[in-house]
Design a protein around this ligand. Structure first.
Ligand SMILES: [Zn+2]
Ligand SMILES: [Zn+2]
Length: 137
């Protein structure tokens, strides 16, 4: 259903038809920028460009390029030096939402919380440990 919304980019009021959060003219401008980035990256010699080099060469904001990567419009598998920031610390990553460091930290935190819960639990119930089945067929 159509509703009125303010363009996330220029602030103009526009009729929102989809999940798009920018007005028609900003959307077209964004598409033009996407074409520019895409054309740049399509050239063989630019496949290994870093984010800074892409921003430099196309004049397109890093924020937008990251948005396209996250949306799957730019597929990282073709571009070994591109990435997007880790949700937690901002380090460049190429898959998932967190970098290896933050993921390890998160797992350690979870483990600690789990241990604390066990220590704090008054019931003497046996804990179930999950073991990996190595004889998986
Ligand atoms: Zn706009
Ligand atoms: Zn991180």
């Amino acid at each position: 259903m159509a509703e009125l919304a303010n363009c996330a980019k220029c602030g103009r009021l526009f009729v929102k038809h989809s999940i798009r959060d920018v007005c028609e003219s900003c959307y077209r401008e964004e598409e033009r920028q996407f074409e520019r980035v895409y054309a740049f990256l399509r050239r063989r010699e630019n496949r290994t460009a870093t984010m800074a080099q892409v921003v430099d060469a196309t004049g397109v904001e890093e924020k937008l390029i990251i948005k396209w990567i996250r949306a799957g419009r730019l597929q990282l598998v073709h571009f070994p030096n591109l990435g997007y920031p880790c949700d937690s610390c901002g380090a460049m990553i190429r898959e998932g939402r967190l970098c290896a460091k933050c993921l390890g930290q998160l797992q350690a935190d979870l483990r600690r919380a789990e241990e604390e819960k066990e220590r704090g639990a008054s019931s003497p119930r046996q804990t179930t440990y999950y073991t990996q089945d190595k004889t998986k067929r």
